[in-house]
Write a protein of this length. Structure first.
Lengths: 84, 642
């Protein structure tokens, strides 16, 4: 994977969010946070991160997983890894 | 490539794009449909889709929907890690195997308490089985290189823990245990030397795995060989240090669907749901090319060519399955004579016509042919696996006969055999002499079907079979086969009561039970054990037929009459006046609805739900069928007692 635009990353993140939380009204936005989504607890957060690792074929360190504050930071982190 | 095969459970058909929409539709009130649920469970679902499907099932259950015809099964799960992601995956995967699973889990090391306390969450739930999902972290092991004594003590301590858990669940919940082997950790101490060094983690895990497998041999508890599963996908992929540290996941979450598949296969085997017949397509499935087009010389099969060897491998695995009791059949769109010519005349073919119980080469549709094969073999459609390289045929069969398992095949024939093996359709918990010989029985039966058409009348035909029926009470020698029949016979089974091997052993000594194992020989060979009867003494004058089941292979030969004569003979000898028979209907035993009235029993009672009770006087005269009778085992027993 050479590089990926932020738009593509957000599109894929939207798919992931909808599947993890089984909710088609969800859309990945930079300011989306866990407390805005029903069921986004700490374990769901890990499932989301593992799913993102599989989808984007990247890996996160444990410290990166727990440091994320919103979907914007997640998208930026993914972009830094897929283009690295 | 092979990692993806296992991780993505790639033998299952790909998930349709509207999977979640279909789930949501099923979850709307009034729209629940078990068949639709089962179809959705058949796709290659990942962890989050399994969770969604489990949610649909749980909602249906909570709303009071019936989950029939799924077989109910209650599973306890204990673990030294986090079982949260495993439970929904098990519930959803079980549906794929026709099982309505209720899971009751205790994670994070709540193991000994759960087993020992009669009131624990798991014991109170009265599970049928408990999965001991323990990993290598249960070993009380600090590095003990070259310290054999400490290493052995660590293994002994871990084994004692397992024994305590098994005992506890057996005593308090009457549950069997599914005991896991340990996936060895990846990290080595010295390198290759670890294998030789007593006390290295690798050696200790190997010693534990060997000992734990051994410790199960005298029990009904079942082994789940996680070590070999983890080695198959690769230990480095199995163990995720990060996921352990973050969430105490005992293995990588992306392997949860595969793990759940393997657990559910074992449960399915316990419930007698393993498949029994492999139906093979021919062209481009067991040889390269189309024999009708390419001719006998044109097909690709045999040594010296990579593609030819790949197809040989597929044939070899079919033969291996046959050697362990799986019946082989062929369904091919071909001219019969041309298709058979490859078997008869191609020098490189491993499979021979003799190996194939039913050979259907014609231009009819494959679903009709597979149904005909199942009928010919007296097997249910849910016992069949169909392998075909052609995706259109696969889809047609899946849609027409959803009960038949049809694996996806990769493009490369080199992976056909591995894909079939990975799908695990034929999981078995034991292997008996009769399993080994079963394909022979079926071969005799195929010849017999042709023979039957020529026989002028039935009595003459039956007499021409030179049958000899023999009766023995239950004994240790027959025990594991008896357990197998009791737990998997569905069609000719009057009450479909399942008993564990332990309960069967207890019957051998029960003075208030009369038991029969029935064997039948004929001119084509030994059919092995083909019938089981358990009678219970209801009063000194009355016996109750608790269990009567028979193999459908011997239908239409008068065996039932001979069995009834035998029951009445022993009943009379014991001063019994009446024998009571009961028919309890299931999805699968319509065949024997009229069993008792046909034999001359009179109607006694009905419960309004289809179950009926029948009665016969022990002095009733039942016509014998044309076969020799051997009850010497009983006579020897009487002589010994006297």
């Amino acid at each position: 994977m050479m590089s990926m635009s932020l738009e593509e990353i957000y599109a894929k993140l939207t798919d992931i969010l909808r599947e993890i939380f089984d909710d088609d009204s969800l859309a990945a936005r930079p300011d989306l946070t866990a407390d805005q989504v029903a069921g986004w607890d700490s374990f769901a957060h890990l499932r989301l991160m593992f799913k993102a690792e599989q989808t984007f074929k990247i890996t996160f360190a444990a410290s990166q997983i727990s440091a994320l504050r919103d979907v914007g930071q997640l998208a930026d982190l993914i972009q830094s890894k897929v283009t690295a | 490539m092979s990692t993806e095969l296992y991780r993505d459970v790639a033998w299952l058909p790909p998930v349709p794009g509207d999977f979640r929409q279909q789930c949501r539709k099923l979850a709307t009130p009034g729209a629940f449909d078990v068949r639709a649920l089962r179809r959705l469970a058949g796709y290659a679902l990942d962890e989050s889709k399994l969770r969604i499907l489990a949610g649909v099932l749980e909602a249906a259950r909570a709303a009071g929907n019936s989950l029939a015809p799924l077989s109910p099964f209650r599973l306890g799960v204990v673990s030294n890690g986090n079982v949260e992601p495993i439970v929904p995956a098990l519930v959803a995967t079980a549906v794929r195997y026709g099982i309505a699973l209720e899971c009751c889990a205790a994670g994070f090391g709540q193991t000994v308490q759960e087993a020992m306390s009669p009131q624990s969450t798991i014991n109170a739930a009265r599970p049928d089985a408990v999965l001991l999902a323990l990993d290598y972290r249960v070993l009380p092991l600090s590095p003990a290189p070259a310290d054999g004594e400490r290493a052995r003590a660590a293994v002994a301590e871990a084994l004692a823990l397992i024994a305590t858990l098994r005992d506890g669940f057996r005593t308090h919940a009457h549950a069997i245990s599914l005991v896991q082997t340990l996936a060895p950790p990846v990290e080595s101490m010295f390198g290759s030397f670890d294998r030789r060094l007593e006390g290295s983690m690798r050696s200790v895990v190997a010693a534990f795995n060997a000992a734990v497998a051994d410790s199960l041999s005298a029990s009904n508890d079942v082994l789940f060989d996680v070590a070999s599963l983890a080695e198959t996908v690769g230990l480095a992929d199995w163990h995720s240090p990060k996921q352990w540290h973050l969430a105490k996941l005992p293995f990588d979450a992306k392997l949860v669907p595969l793990y759940a598949e393997h657990v559910c296969r074992i449960i399915a085997a316990l419930l007698g749901k393993a498949r029994r017949c492999l139906v093979l397509d021919l062209d481009n499935t067991i040889w390269g090319g189309a024999i009708g087009d390419d001719g006998l010389e044109g097909i690709v099969i045999g040594q010296g060519d990579a593609t030819g060897e790949a197809y040989l491998e597929m044939q070899r695995s079919a033969l291996e399955l046959r050697s362990r009791g799986i019946v082989l059949a062929v369904s091919s769109k071909n001219e019969d004579a041309i298709a058979r010519s490859a078997f008869a005349s191609h020098p490189e073919m491993l499979l021979q016509e003799d190996h194939i119980a039913v050979f259907q080469a014609n231009w009819g549709d494959k679903a009709a042919n597979i149904a005909a094969i199942a009928a010919e073999l007296s097997l249910g459609l849910d016992a069949m696996v169909f392998v075909d390289d052609n995706p259109a045929e696969r889809m047609f069969v899946r849609e027409t006969l959803p009960e038949v398992a049809v694996p996806e095949l990769p493009d490369d024939p080199a992976l056909y055999a591995r894909t079939l093996a990975a799908a695990g359709y034929f999981e078995a918990l034991a292997f008996t002499e009769e399993d080994r010989r079963r394909p022979e029985f079926y071969r005799s039966n195929t010849r017999r079907a042709a023979f039957e058409l020529q026989a002028r009348d039935l009595t003459e035909f039956l007499a021409s079979l030179d049958m000899e029926i023999s009766f023995r009470p239950f004994d240790a020698m027959g025990r594991s086969r008896i357990a197998q029949l009791i737990n998997k016979s569905n069609q000719f089974n009057l009450t479909t009561r399942r008993y564990t091997e332990q309960e069967i052993a207890a019957l051998e000594l029960d003075p208030h039970a009369f038991t029969l194992q029935v064997r039948l020989r004929d001119r084509f060979g030994d059919n092995g054990m083909i019938g089981i009867v358990i009678c219970r003494e209801r009063s000194p004058e009355e016996w109750d037929i608790d269990t009567w089941l028979m193999s459908c292979r011997v239908l239409g030969r008068g065996v039932e009459r001979m069995v009834l004569r035998e029951i009445l003979h022993h009943a009379r000898a014991g001063g019994v006046r009446r024998v009571i028979g009961r028919y309890v209907p299931t999805q699968r035993n319509e065949l024997v609805r009229e069993h008792y009235p046909t034999l001359g029993f009179t109607f006694a009672d009905s419960d309004g739900l289809g179950a009926t009770t029948w009665i016969i006087q022990t002095d009733a005269d039942i016509e014998a069928a044309p076969m020799a009778l051997d009850r010497s085992a009983f006579e020897r027993g009487t002589a010994e007692r006297a």
